[in-house]
Design a protein around this ligand. Structure first.
Ligand code: ZN
Length: 271
């Protein structure tokens, strides 16, 4: 057998491993109880998120120099994590305020790196509204939506490379081939788009986390209204880009609030 034949067989085996890995990689999410296909370990998610964070921040002018507002978003983030079930997850969260005062948006990377632009933070009138945005982004992390999207992309694009990626540990740099794959993953992460179902789950988790942390979950509906008004103008907020139907989204959030508080939202929550 020639070298090419041997290489074909090895490539075939790698592809089969990738397919088997995808379909057997089902894990039960401890917070959501949902079964999901993810090929990254929690440690890999954290390491990849940390690696991608500077690139994502750079796309929005880097970290904000507004010390007062930075302190505000960090304080709200800390309270959400201290008082809600999100804080019991193994992820290492960090909230970044980005220096972008034009793009109204928020993002999350796998493993706990969460971002808000100055433009979205400036439109939030209360801590509870900021908690609404942060709760949604923390929901993407806990829901492992980034890792799920990567697992899908890996299955679609290069099966062979997925096996290498799955086997590599980004926290311990290995061969140059491995670091090339990690760089590719970082690129994918920075431009990641979540699906509609991911957005709805992040909304539900956000309602839960903000309620547990003592924030009135109805604040997220006010956030949606502010963003919807922006959408009516010329500038479409990207926070909405995967939601063609904001009215329906608000309905679903109201449902989630009823699930959280079946006998009505208690008084005394911070609004
Ligand atoms: Zn989202």
């Amino acid at each position: 057998m020639g070298r090419t034949g041997l290489r074909m067989i090895i490539a075939g085996i790698i592809a089969i491993i990738a397919i088997v890995r995808f379909f057997t990689s089902q894990q039960v999410n401890p917070v959501t109880g949902e079964k999901q296909r993810v090929s990254l370990s929690t440690a890999q998610e954290i390491a990849l998120g940390l690696q991608a964070a500077p690139q994502l921040a750079a796309q929005h002018g880097g970290e904000s120099r507004d010390a007062r507002r930075r302190a505000q978003v960090e304080r709200v983030g800390a309270r959400l994590l201290e008082r809600s079930s999100a804080g019991k997850s193994p992820y290492r969260f960090r909230v970044h305020l980005l220096d972008d005062d034009r793009v109204v948006n928020a993002f999350a990377l796998p493993g706990g790196q969460v971002f808000l632009t100055e433009a979205i933070a400036a439109r939030m009138r209360t801590d509870a509204e900021i908690a609404g945005v942060l709760g949604h982004e923390i929901g993407h992390v806990i829901g492992r939506h980034g890792a799920e999207q990567l697992a899908k992309q890996q299955l679609i694009g290069g099966l062979g490379s997925s096996a290498v990626i799955a086997a590599s540990d980004p926290s311990r740099p290995g061969s140059s081939e491995q670091s090339r794959h990690v760089a590719m993953l970082v690129g994918q992460l920075v431009n990641l788009q979540f699906g509609r179902d991911d957005e709805l789950e992040a909304d539900r988790l956000g309602v839960r986390f903000m309620s547990e942390a003592g924030y009135d979950p109805r604040a997220i509906i006010r956030v949606m209204e502010v963003l919807r008004d922006l959408a009516r103008g010329r500038r479409q907020p990207e926070f909405f880009s995967t939601h063609p139907n904001p009215e329906r989204r608000v309905e679903r959030i109201q449902e989630a609030i009823r699930v959280q508080f079946p006998s009505g939202v208690p008084t005394g929550l911070e609004r």
